[in-house]
Design a binder for this molecule. Structure first.
Ligand code: NAD
Length: 274
């Protein structure tokens, strides 16, 4: 399917690996120019090189222009980081057509141990940073008559996970805010805002949670992985490619009538009808 977004500019945050990289790859495969961001320069440059190679291969096979891939190493949760992505030479400034918000998730724990600073950090990363990115770009999108914002949140928004209270709280705040904004005047101007709520996807983050569980319980990592996968109706974890394909569809011209939605790719783990 031609997604109809070749030549548009996307900002994809947290994209050196994992779900963000999956989104950037799917967009580049559809001819979108990307500015990718992550904190570690070496990993980010490696990701950018992979995306350029994919794009150049596809472009020579199809006889089209390769996508531009710009990389900005910075902490997207800081004002300086956001300024850096909006001022990268050769980039579109704030005139992005597509914005994929993403950053690391807050740590697990017991709410009795979290002080104000822990909460502010979580709310900053997983609620206020996406809102700042939206604020910087959404009116330009509306003025140009096309825009796609996709927030990477978590299945914890739909089915809270007790040890991830910081994530449950901060991401639910973002979800409530964008539910209102998506249905405001921007909806009639071709701008959609949707969130994808990952269940268990096989990224470094999931591996880290398995390793943490293994060292806490003394169980083998493989046994923990197998037990978790067995609880999922699909009997496996999702892949970053599958996640990226959903994101690219939400960014496509075909998804223009879908806004304010929370999409839950989780292999059927959430047990509810709705
Ligand atoms: P990952 O650790 O594989 O990749 C995270 C990416 O984000 C990396 O590129 C990292 O450099 C970047 N990043 C982190 N903090 C950043 C910051 N402050 N500024 C810029 N870049 C930053 O993680 P992932 O599995 O791809 O997860 C992405 C998001 O989805 C996280 O918020 C995570 O909590 C959430 N999530 C993931 C899963 C899963 O199963 N993988 C499930 C639920 C929620």
């Amino acid at each position: 399917m031609d997604l109809g977004i070749a030549g548009k500019w996307a900002l994809v945050c947290g994209a050196s690996k994992g779900l963000g990289f999956g989104c950037a790859k799917a967009l580049v495969e559809d001819g979108v120019n990307v500015v990718i961001n992550a904190r570690t320069d070496a990993a980010l440059q490696e990701a950018a090189a992979k995306l350029r190679a994919i794009s150049e291969d596809l472009a020579s096979a199809k006889g089209q222009k390769p996508s531009q891939v710009l990389a900005v190493a910075c902490d997207i949760t800081s004002p300086e980081g956001r300024d850096a992505v909006f001022s990268v030479p050769g980039g579109p400034g704030k005139d992005f057509d597509i914005v994929v918000t993403n950053a690391g998730g807050p740590p697990p724990g017991d709410f009795r141990d979290w002080d104000r600073e822990a909460w502010i950090k979580a709310v900053d990363a997983n609620m206020l940073t996406p809102i700042e990115l939206i604020k910087a770009t959404v009116d330009g999108m509306a003025a140009r008559g096309f825009g796609r914002i996709v927030n990477i949140t978590s299945s914890a928004v739909k089915a809270p996970i007790d040890i991830l209270g910081l994530s449950n709280g901060a991401r639910s705040g973002l979800t409530g805010f964008v539910a209102g904004l998506a249905r405001s005047g921007i909806a009639a101007k071709g701008v959609t805002i949707n969130s994808i709520l990952p269940g268990k996807f096989d990224t470094d983050r999931l591996v880290a949670t398995h390793q943490a569980a293994a060292s806490k319980t003394g169980q083998a990592v493989d046994a923990i992985r197998a037990a978790q996968a067995a609880q999922i109706p699909a009997k496996r974890f999702g892949t970053a490619e599958e996640f990226g394909a959903i994101c690219a569809f939400l960014c496509s011209v075909h998804a223009g009538y879908m806004t304010g939605q929370n999409i839950l790719p989780d292999g059927g783990l959430y047990p509810g009808t709705y």
